[in-house]
Design a protein around this ligand. Structure first.
Ligand code: ADP
Ligand code: MG
Length: 584
């Protein structure tokens, strides 16, 4: 076939394919236009999952009559004038493609009026051609109705999912934008039914409650970090709430919803050892980056972005979320009502009543009491909520009451009964002590008598290759000849573990580790060795051993879960107990 230039309409349809993939893409583009126009209220009306109708109406600035037709031309926009503007984009749109793309593959009716016009304009566009134009009475703002999407693109129509799938995509999209713009009132109607509305009151918490439900909100913790240039704000789930996939991590950069694997991973990493494997947090985070430090012109759908300093953004997100988690609730936030009237336990409440911090962990509450003995009665709950300033201090020991089933340590806190899983707790202790030492060099405990350990030839080769890594981990191991190794020292943190067992466990991990010597391998070794070295369930402990364990646990950064994410302790508050006994 000879080469020829495609007809304009066909070219437009091909280009439209990049922007408009499905009904939800139409909703996204129209929403972005409404938001760019400064709307304070946006109505979204959907029929048949968007195949029959997508209509987005806003109360924004409107399009001046003289510009209405141009808006439908390809590459026509009011948001850019020169290439220099591309360097610092502050609007959601800028490519000038959406209206043209949508109009080339659907029937579009646009009604718009600016504040200084007396009459509105109604424009009808079909397959990219203007078919009618008239003056109409209209409120200020813009309404774009899109009917019969892909009526002229059978290839696309064929691939459209069921109307239920499309409905879900549209709901997910609208609720996301509602979270990013809490000051804007959103209303989503699907097939005549209001399925979502936000009040536009400006409080993200309120929108979160609407989107995720009040129950979920109770498990969400507020994140905020960074400076005036680069900052992050939003909510993440406490470790007590998790989901089976990462779809519940929602990220916005400068008000734009983005799908960025790297940033999502930063959030997940912040939960390191706090969630069981295969579980993911819920998060809604707004990241603000100076406009010239981010390139949004990567893809026609604008869902991908590039940062000038990706590392800095990653670090900020990871650290801010981590700090929130570490400073906050251990397992379950204490609900205000019960915290407020919680009874006295071992010691009578101080004069004036103790403040009732809503979301402080058991441990940070204990910290507060140790750290601020003089201020204790005067601490306002606002102060107390800033557990972060108290983190890192020594904690008062929980009083050991005894051991149950040779597996659990029962202890008494200032206002609760705490049951600790001795194995999980010891794992956590060993893990953190080991990790802390890793950066300063792990201490080696020399053995009085070196122990020879013989391995199978392939395991011996593997170990020989990795001996330097073992040294960093606090092992003193020499190749003795053949497949035999001489263990002269083990990491001091492991205490009295059998050297052979420890070495075998390490080699096991090297065998499964894909990247020997990598950080990941080290961590796996560590968590595995901890598992072998930690006291087991079924081991009877003396009172001193239990007290020592609890003291070490209190020094941990995240004492409430073991390195595999399981809880190390559960607690029963005095007020819960009082309720159980009918004293409340
Ligand atoms: P872009 O948003 O990239 O500029 P679009 O094709 O989406 O491109 O829109 C073209 C232009 O039409 C916009 O630049 C804007 O001036 C105008 N426009 C579109 N939708 C609206 C709206 N809801 N309110 C006001 N102006 C709008
Ligand atoms: Mg646009």
């Amino acid at each position: 076939m000879p080469i020829k230039v495609l007809p304009e309409t066909l070219a437009a349809q091909i280009a439209a394919g990049e922007v408009v993939e499905r009904p939800a893409s139409v909703v996204k583009e129209l929403l972005e236009n409404a938001l760019d126009a400064g709307a304070t209220a946006i109505d979204i009306d959907i029929r048949d999952g968007g195949r029959r109708l997508v209509r987005v109406s806003d109360d924004g600035q409107g399009i001046p009559e003289a510009e209405v037709a141009i808006a439908f031309h390809r590459h026509s926009t009011s948001k850019l004038t020169s290439a220099a503007d591309l360097d610092a984009i502050r609007t959601l749109g800028f490519r000038g493609e959406a209206l043209a793309a949508i109009a080339s593959v659907a029937h579009v009716i646009l009604i718009t009026r600016t504040s200084d016009e007396v009459a509105g304009t109604r424009l009808k566009v079909e397959g990219g051609r203007i078919v009618s134009r008239e003056q109409v009475g209209a409120p200020q703002g813009t309404a774009v109705g899109v009917e019969n999407l892909f009526y002229n693109v059978p290839a696309r129509l064929k691939f459209l999912r069921t109307s239920d799938t499309e409905k879900r995509h549209i709901s997910a999209l609208v609720t996301r934008y509602a979270m990013a713009y809490p000051t804007v009132r959103f209303r989503l109607v699907q097939d005549g039914r209001v399925v979502f509305r936000s009040a536009g009151g400006g409080d993200l918490r309120e929108v979160l409650a609407q989107v995720h439900g009040v129950d979920t909100l109770r498990h969400m913790l507020e994140v905020s970090g960074g400076d005036s240039e680069l900052c992050v704000f939003g909510f993440v789930s406490a470790p007590s709430l998790s989901r089976a996939n990462r779809n519940h991590i929602t990220l916005f950069v400068n008000g734009r919803w983005v799908q960025d694997q790297g940033l999502a991973y930063a959030v997940i990493q912040a939960y390191h050892t706090m969630l069981m494997t295969g579980r993911y947090p819920v998060a809604v985070l707004m990241i603000e980056v100076p406009a010239h430090d981010v390139d949004v012109n990567v893809h026609p759908t604008k869902a991908e972005i590039r940062f000038r300093d990706k590392e800095a953004v990653f670090r900020l997100v990871q650290r801010s979320v981590r700090r929130t988690l570490v400073d906050s609730t251990p397992v379950k936030p204490i609900d205000r009502e019960h915290a407020a009237n919680r009874g006295t336990w071992a010691t009578p409440a101080p004069q004036g009543g103790e403040p009732a911090p809503a979301c402080l962990s058991l441990l940070s509450r204990l910290q507060a009491q140790l750290d601020l003995p003089g201020l204790r009665a005067g601490v306002s709950s606002a102060d107390a909520d800033q557990g972060s300033s108290l983190a890192g201090a020594l904690l008062p020991a929980l009083r050991v009451v005894g051991q149950v089933g040779a597996s659990y340590v029962v202890a008494e806190g200032p206002s609760e009964l705490v049951i600790i899983d001795q194995h999980a707790a010891h794992e956590r202790i060993l893990y953190e002590e080991f990790m802390a030492q890793r950066h300063t060099g792990v201490q080696t405990q020399s053995l009085l008598e070196p122990e020879p350990v013989e391995l199978t030839p392939d395991r011996a080769t593997l170990l020989e290759e990795n001996l330097p890594a073992l040294r960093n981990l606090g092992f003193a191991v020499e190749h003795f000849g053949g497949s035999t190794f001489m263990v002269r020292g083990v990491p001091a943190v492991l205490g009295t573990i059998s050297p052979r067992l420890a070495l075998e466990a390490v080699v096991d991990d090297m065998e499964t580790g894909k990247q020997p010597l990598g950080d990941a391998l080290e961590e796996r070794i560590i968590s595995r060795v901890c598992k072998t070295a930690a006291v087991k369930a079924g081991q009877v402990l003396t009172g001193d051993e239990m007290a020592a364990m609890i003291r070490r646990l209190e020094r941990c950064e995240t004492p409430h879960t073991c390195p595999h994410g399981r809880p190390t302790m559960v607690s029963l508050s005095a007020s819960q107990m009082a309720r159980q006994f009918g004293r409340d």
